[in-house]
Design a protein around this ligand. Structure first.
Ligand SMILES: Cc1cc2nc3c(=O)[nH]c(=O)nc-3n(C[C@H](O)[C@H](O)[C@H](O)COP(=O)(O)OP(=O)(O)OC[C@H]3O[C@@H](n4cnc5c(N)ncnc54)[C@H](O)[C@@H]3O)c2cc1C
Length: 462
């Protein structure tokens, strides 16, 4: 006897939700996705995809403005057509959302547009529709945190989700918050031609990232003319008296003025009205849904994935949590998620890509490792391209030589990190990486060279 076809209900059509839907459909389940804002989610429509599209333009500007040094006469500084830029970004995002909608439909997934909520055991409600399901996945994402006294108005005081509605490039942009999102936008707008002030409440930008990489990028920011204010907390943000600028008041009493303020002070889970309380789904002190490593919540049959769990706010992690939930719910063999091998990139210029063990863990004495940092400036391809900033860092086990982690700071570090990622995942040794051919000349040559240097000698970090 075979079991009847399983029915899966998914709240949210971002990477956590739609990737889960594809897996569940592939496994033969009947799948219903309830989504309020468009498939692809905030990832595709307002966050990851638009920001990376903007950064592609800022990268092109960086190249253009460096062209003189490469022997190209451009006849002056390139400038940005903001309307065209933002149109391109929103068009791209919508097209990507349409592609995902078509893909999901082709797999036979039913999509209901609307706000969904848990409505009793094994039940989801979306408007008038009641969906009975064998398993439910909550993947409703997160939204920008708002500071009291610094409420966005969508015109001059904005979150990153409102940037693409602007009609001009901010002349004088104050970015509040120096985490990944703040650093990426500060870097991009600086390259696009805005005067940028980055307000960081911590000692340095990117406080949670590799210290060498963060200090390096801060130095690059300052060298390019950005004002970086460390240990400065924004207390309030308001429009100036004329209404065509902003005033940001800091906790030390200073008042910064600019044309626009971008708020990047974190995310809160988007779970209000989802019926979690009534269903008994446990959330943590900040409201994120508690899940285990196979995406189970505290309620049997209810899974959660992505930003609403606050596990690691990356599209790749959301998608993996969603897939794992479906494999688990539908009785497939499943490996619990491993967060220590997640490759991630901060898309500043240069980019900062990381994978595996961090130097912070080594310094804290949690793991012993050999660490080698190789500046990119000596790389022949970097010299040809006029690239002087960046480095490759590898961390290896002192006993076995197995590569445990790495950091790449370079143009397109997001691509270069794959070699280190494979090494970490496959437990390759420095010798194996060192003996691997890299192209001459190439930036990836610095990855194999770092491995060769790590074979020679490096002092153990206590
Ligand atoms: C500026 C920025 C840049 C980023 N860049 C990157 C990057 O380069 N790489 C990377 O890996 N990650 C990046 N991220 C993170 C990435 O965007 C998120 O991790 C990802 O969007 C999480 O996916 P999700 O499915 O959990 O949620 P979302 O993408 O937020 O999707 C959730 C969906 O659920 C819907 N929804 C919400 N509530 C309900 C409800 N009650 N009923 C029905 N539908 C509902 C929403 O409308 C939305 O469509 C970035 C984030 C930001 C803010």
């Amino acid at each position: 006897m075979t079991l009847s076809r399983q029915r899966i209900a998914i709240l949210g059509g971002g990477p956590g939700g739609y990737e889960a839907a594809l897996v569940a459909a592939q496994l033969g389940a009947e799948v219903i996705v309830v989504d309020s804002d468009g498939l692809g989610g905030a990832c595709v429509l307002t966050d990851c995809v638009p920001s990376k599209s903007l950064i592609e333009t800022s990268n092109a500007m960086t190249l253009l403005n460096r062209a003189g040094g490469l022997g190209i006469a451009t006849g002056g500084l390139a400038t940005v057509n903001a309307t065209r830029l933002y149109e391109r970004i929103t068009d791209l995002a919508r097209a990507q959302s349409r592609d995902i909608t078509a893909r999901v439909a082709a797999e036979g997934v039913t999509v209901i547009t609307g706000h969904g909520r848990l409505a009793g055991p094994g039940m989801v409600r979306a408007g008038q529709a009641e969906i009975k399901a064998d398993a439910i996945l909550v993947a409703t994402g997160a939204m920008p945190r708002v500071l009291p006294g610094a409420e966005p108005d969508g015109e001059r005081i904005v979150t990153w989700r409102q940037l693409y509605d602007l009609t001009e490039l901010p002349r004088d942009l104050i970015v509040v918050g120096s985490g990944v999102t703040g650093a990426e936008f500060a870097s991009a707008y600086q390259a696009l031609g805005s005067r940028v002030t980055l307000v960081s409440s911590r000692d340095r930008v990117l406080p949670h990232e590799d210290e060498d990489a963060a200090s390096h990028i801060e130095e690059v920011f300052r060298r390019r003319g950005m004002t970086v204010l460390g240990r400065s907390r924004a207390l309030s943000v308001r429009r100036d008296e004329d209404g065509d600028g902003v005033v940001v008041t800091l906790d030390d009493g200073r008042a910064l003025t600019g044309s626009h303020c971008l708020l990047t002070v974190g995310m809160i889970p988007r779970t209000e009205g989802c019926g979690l309380d009534e269903a008994g789904v446990k959330v943590d002190a900040r409201g994120f849904i508690e899940v285990d490593r196979v995406s189970r919540t505290s309620v049997p049959g209810v899974y959660a994935a992505g930003d609403c769990t606050g596990v690691q706010m990356l599209a790749s992690v959301a998608a993996m949590q969603g897939r794992i939930a479906m494999w688990h719910a539908l009785g497939e063999a499943v490996h619990p998620i491993r967060l220590d091998h997640v490759a991630a990139t901060i898309f500043t210029d240069p980019e900062i890509a990381t994978v595996g063990l961090t130097q912070r863990a080594v310094t804290a004495g949690e793991v012993s490792a050999r660490v080698l940092k190789l500046p990119l400036a000596t790389n022949p391809r970097a010299k040809m391209a006029g690239v002087t900033d960046g480095f490759v860092k590898l961390l290896s086990s002192p006993g076995t030589g197995v590569i445990l982690g790495g950091v790449v700071v370079a143009p397109r570090a997001s691509e270069l990190i794959l070699a280190v990622s494979i090494a970490v995942e496959q437990r390759l040794t420095v010798e194996q990486l060192a003996q691997t051919f890299s192209v001459y000349p190439s930036l990836s040559g610095s990855v194999t060279e770092a491995a060769r240097k790590l074979m020679e000698f490096t002092p153990d970090i206590p």
